[in-house]
Design a binder for this molecule. Structure first.
Ligand code: ADP
Ligand code: 2DT
Ligand code: MG
Length: 209
């Protein structure tokens, strides 16, 4: 039995990640067992701390919350590995790239930000839904959460685009123009996802380096 593929969807707020994760999962499910996961997973004790921080009902040092976001991935990592080994394809709404991009945008060092994620399951493909802050803003007002501000989103987008060129992740990224219609974006994500599915069919799962 082939292992499942680890497919990561990344992008700015309102890029269409949740919309497209649902569509991708529905489509994949017609031919292969598929699960959706989302980070941060706010349902765990660590996730509860992250949720309070994002809603500004608690305050945390930038480094401390960065480590919580990473720990929130580590606490799911054994389950993700087991799912992949059991032949289940796992679609993930935000992963290590959000972790690095958001903390770097706050001024933390890039190498320091990546270190705690080293060793996690590495995506077979990371699909970045690219949209300008302006186009994202047209999709509705900003919410109340900590990072939902235009200047922060602008910096995060820049950081995402720099991360795409990191040679440690060479070959992992696919960039999709998220400014198109929902159907067009879905089609382009589907094509990008095939790359990850093919990789999972023929190659072992790797870890983040
Ligand atoms: P994210 O999870 O990245 O924050 P969502 O999927 O929640 O984004 O989408 C944010 C908003 O934009 C929602 O109101 C959604 O209906 C809308 N939306 C999603 N994709 C598109 C698209 N391609 N074109 C226009 N509006 C979109
Ligand atoms: P949602 O709105 O998608 O729930 O994201 N974030 C996310 C980080 O700062 N570090 C991380 O490792 C992850 C996964 C992005 C909540 C916010 O949390 C940010 C937006
Ligand atoms: Mg979402």
């Amino acid at each position: 039995m082939p292992r499942g593929a680890l497919i990561v969807i990344e992008g700015l707020d309102r890029a269409g990640k949740s919309t497209q994760c649902d569509r991708l999962v529905t489509r994949l499910k017609t031919s292969t067992p598929t699960l959706l996961r989302k980070f941060p997973d706010r349902t765990t004790p660590i996730g509860t701390m992250i949720d309070a921080y994002l809603r500004s009902t608690s305050d945390l040092d930038d480094h401390a919350v960065h480590l919580l976001f990473s720990a929130n991935r580590w606490e799911a990592s054994s389950a993700i590995k087991a799912e992949l080994e059991a032949g289940v394809t796992v679609v993930v709404d935000r992963y290590i790239y959000s972790g690095i991009a958001f903390s770097r945008a706050k001024g933390l060092d890039g190498a320091w930000c990546r270190a705690p994620d080293v060793g996690l399951p590495r995506p077979d493909v990371a699909i970045f839904l690219d949209i300008s802050e302006e186009a994202a803003a047209e999709r509705g007002g900003y919410g109340e959460e900590r990072y939902e501000k235009k200047e922060m989103q602008r910096k995060v987008r820049q950081d995402f685009l720099e991360l795409r060129d990191d040679e440690r992740d060479a070959g992992d990224w696919a960039v999709v123009d998220a400014g198109q219609s929902v159907e067009e974006v879905e089609e382009n994500i589907w094509k990008a996802a095939q790359k990850g599915i093919e990789r999972a069919r023929t190659k072992d799962l790797r870890t983040v380096v």
